[in-house]
Design a protein around this ligand. Structure first.
Ligand SMILES: Cc1ncc(COP(=O)(O)O)c(C=O)c1O
Length: 381
């Protein structure tokens, strides 16, 4: 099998699995217990926290362990907005965020907050001038994703931060689920106040993530229980998951991987350009590991099934929307031409991708286009 769906999830790293097992075997005590076994587990938890903070260059920041990117995003949006309601009522996000941000923003609207959704251009980019216009004195939270999960667009996070900080006291959160480990993401450089990471996108384990915040910035809790994680995220902390995500983060070879992915992405784009029917989305605006392409007059699933028959796993624009018949909110937001709208696929590289995989993808792409030209795909539909 050639696995080219790394934006949906990645293969767990063996070292991460070993760390997880080892921590489960040796440090199963509750980190909140006061006996020695509990203290040992707590020490390990603290070490994982310190490692994570040092990796993202925020030594005096906070790490809140969560059940994944979804929960960390919910916590950032709901928790930060509710906590700062006394300062203002206005929240800004973008129309192409992951549903874990968008649906949390909709919840805020139901609670009486005013939410502005920044629109994007045909490549998925927000406009900095638009952001300048929209940030107000009463803006309390801005959440802008770093890399889009469907088409790969990279938003200018540092520039956004400058505008936000100049014009307001808003907390700036960025969903870095698709960028951490793929592009350099340091909280200091980035100048965001909070960021979300999901373990399973970086060869870690499913059901584990973190919200990292700068010193002095902590959201209000969105769940109720025994007040673990500084009272922000109740529930017995999974020390093995904490150890495993720290390990997965340490093992990321961001720069090396990104430059290799960029070469492969360009290589694939060159061969796609020879296939006139095919369109690349966010051609020059996307992260190196995501290639989003659109075919006219077909459904993306036709291409996904064709690739699958050839042993290659890809997805339609995103794993979340792949079972729906409608074009995704991202495809709608970038105003893809009607005939291409339903024929979007996403090829995403990871640390298991090889040169040979790329060669095979090129062959299968070209075979698929031949089939399209002969009109065979419509029969398959
Ligand atoms: C950009 C982005 N944010 C958040 C999430 C949610 O992460 P998780 O699957 O860990 O809940 C995803 C998952 O696909 C994502 O791509």
């Amino acid at each position: 099998m050639i696995y080219m769906d790394n934006s949906a999830t990645t293969m767990p790293n063996e070292e991460v699995l070993s760390s997880f097992l080892e921590a489960n075997r040796r440090y199963y005590a509750n980190a909140a217990s006061i006996h020695i076994a509990g203290r040992d587990a707590d020490t390990l938890l603290k070490k994982a926290r310190e490692q994570i903070l040092s990796i993202v260059d925020a030594p005096d920041g906070n790490v809140i362990f969560t059940s994944g990117g979804t929960e960390a995003n919910n916590l950032a949006v709901l928790g930060c907005a509710r906590k700062h309601r006394n300062r203002g009522n206005h929240v800004i996000t973008t129309v192409t965020e992951h549903p874990s941000i968008l649906n949390a923003a909709h919840q805020l609207e139901r609670e009486g907050f005013e939410v502005t959704y920044l629109t994007v251009n045909e490549h998925g980019l927000i406009s900095l001038d638009d952001l300048k216009e929209k940030v107000r004195k009463d803006t309390i939270l801005v959440s802008i994703m770093h890399v889009n999960n469907e088409i790969g667009t990279v938003q200018p996070i540092s520039e956004c931060s400058k505008i936000i900080k100049k014009q307001s006291r808003a907390i700036f959160h960025s969903d870095t689920v698709q960028s951490f480990g793929k592009l350099p993401v340091m909280l200091a450089e980035f100048s965001a106040d909070a960021m979300t990471i999901s373990a399973h996108k970086i060869n870690g384990l499913k059901g584990s993530g973190v919200l990292i915040t700068k010193k002095g910035i902590l959201p209000e809790s969105i769940n109720y229980g025994g007040s673990q994680e500084f009272g922000i995220r109740s529930g017995t902390v999974s020390v093995p998951n904490a150890v495993a995500i720290a390990r997965a983060m340490r093992l990321c070879t961001t720069e090396r991987q990104a430059s290799q992915h960029q070469i492969w992405r360009e290589d694939l784009m060159t061969s796609i350009k020879a296939l006139t029917e095919v369109k690349v989305l966010a051609e020059n605006e996307a992260a190196p590991h995501i290639l989003s392409i659109a075919f006219p007059y077909i459904k993306g699933e036709i291409a996904v099934n064709f690739f699958q028959e050839k042993g290659i796993m890809i997805s339609t624009s995103s794993a979340c929307s792949s079972k729906s018949n409608r074009a995704s909110h991202v495809i709608e937001a970038i105003h893809v031409e009607e005939k291409y709208k339903h024929g979007v696929i996403r090829i995403s590289f990871g640390n298991t991708t090889t040169e040979a995989h790329i060669v095979r993808v090129k062959e299968v792409l070209s075979e698929f286009v031949q089939l399209l030209r002969r009109g065979k795909t419509y029969e398959m539909e």
